[in-house]
Ligand binder design. Structure first.
Ligand SMILES: Nc1nc2c(ncn2[C@@H]2O[C@H](COP(=O)(O)OP(=O)(O)OP(=O)(O)O)[C@@H](O)[C@H]2O)c(=O)[nH]1
Ligand SMILES: [Mg+2]
Length: 357
């Protein structure tokens, strides 16, 4: 006789957290009794919040585990005899940017995300060049992009915003809504089910936390934008995962002032598919579409079939990605060389000491 109580198995629990065969396959050589998988819910200084079966809710990143680079959404292995983090599992994908400021470093934003809500508002925040950046980040990580235009209730018509956003990438989905209205955000619910992970990226004040509150029924802090320029006040300061009643996960992020591309590889060719497609017909395979003869891209602009601004933005992002990727690679190899040199000096000193003893 069934008592009506259904106990979830450990595997079902992990699946609700977003566990996939891709991660399970990485456990082949591990002792599954002492090494337990857990998902990173939030990252703090020297400590992470995690969720999983039989693992603590929060764990310090100290000693060797401090060297493991983790971001929200990552899967890690917890040695329950510590307890301590022993490994980060390979990712399905990750969002990253070049760190704001002058440091030649990469900042990880979120990992293992299925869908990216690129959030902007039907006001001065709406900027096609910025949206193209977000689309490249989504595309590179393999996440499905949805452009969400909030504050649709504040304008007479959102059609112009929707049409402009829809033209930015082949097949991109665009939703315009009032983020405070549960009926309106219902259009986004199909992405937020059964172990699916959705991240929200966008400037401060566009309504990312408002959208999460409406979808999840939570009460995260939100603040009105400034009257004069409609900018937000950087209300959310950290990244964190939020459970949805529909079984999915939402990752809230702080609004970013600067989103410099790094390591996006061929993603720009996909976002700007009509430009990269035309470029295949250029006479020279390395055509820069500036002054070379037989340039199919410029010919399309002259015929009025391609917007010259779109080409300008594509080239700007290609150059930026190349520059940042090279700068960071150079810094890494310099750090490696420096580390090698320090180790060899220390080894020599050690040998000297041994010899004089
Ligand atoms: N009218 C209207 N107001 C909205 C909408 N979405 C958000 N707001 C308001 O916009 C303000 C900023 O919203 P937040 O949710 O704090 O914005 P955020 O993107 O989380 O901002 P940061 O945390 O700073 O990155 C709040 O006062 C919200 O109530 C919307 O669709 N319509
Ligand atoms: Mg917020």
């Amino acid at each position: 006789m069934s008592c009506g109580v259904y106990l979830m198995t450990a595997t079902e629990y992990l699946q609700q957290l977003g566990w996939r065969n891709f991660f399970d396959a990485q456990l082949a050589d591990h002792d599954r009794n002492s090494q337990l998988p857990a998902r990173v819910m939030a990252v703090h200084r020297g400590r992470i919040d995690i969720a999983g079966e039989g693992v603590p809710e929060s764990i310090a990143l100290s000693g060797r585990s401090a060297e493991i680079d983790v971001t929200v959404g990552d899967w890690v292995l917890v040695d329950i005899n510590g307890p301590r983090i022993t490994q980060r599992l390979d990712r399905l994908g990750v969002f990253k940017r070049r760190s704001a400021g002058s440091a030649a470093e990469t900042q990880l934003i979120a990992a293992n995300v299925d869908t990216l809500f690129i959030v902007t508002s039907a006001n001065r925040d709406f900027n096609v060049a910025r949206l193209e950046r977000y689309l490249a980040i989504a595309c590179e990580s393999g996440a499905f992009p949805v452009i969400v235009i909030t504050k649709a209730d504040t304008v007479d018509s959102v059609d112009e915003f929707v049409n402009e956003a829809s033209r930015l990438s082949p097949g991109v989905l665009v939703e315009a809504l009032d983020a405070r209205d549960p009926a309106a955000v219902a259009a986004l619910r199909p992405f937020c089910v059964d172990g699916q992970t959705v991240a929200l990226l966008g400037s401060s004040g566009v309504g990312k936390s408002t959208l999460i509150n409406t979808l999840a029924g939570t009460h995260q802090e939100t603040k009105a934008v400034r009257e004069d320029d409609q900018r937000g006040r950087h209300t959310t300061t950290g990244r964190s995962m939020h459970r949805l009643p529909t079984g999915g996960w939402l990752i809230d992020t702080p609004g970013m002032r600067e989103l410099q591309l790094v390591d996006v590889g061929d993603a720009l060719d996909d976002v700007f598919a009509e430009v990269s497609g035309l470029a295949e017909d250029c006479r020279f395979s390395d055509c820069s579409h500036e002054s070379e003869p037989g340039c199919a891209v410029r010919a399309a602009i002259e015929r009025g079939e391609l917007d010259g601004e779109r080409l300008r933005r594509y080239r700007k992002l290609l150059a930026e990605d190349r520059r940042n990727t090279e700068t960071i690679a150079e810094r890494r190899s310099r750090d490696k060389r420096f580390g090698k040199m320090v180790r060899s000096v220390l080894a020599d000193k050690q040998a000297e000491k041994g010899g004089t003893r």
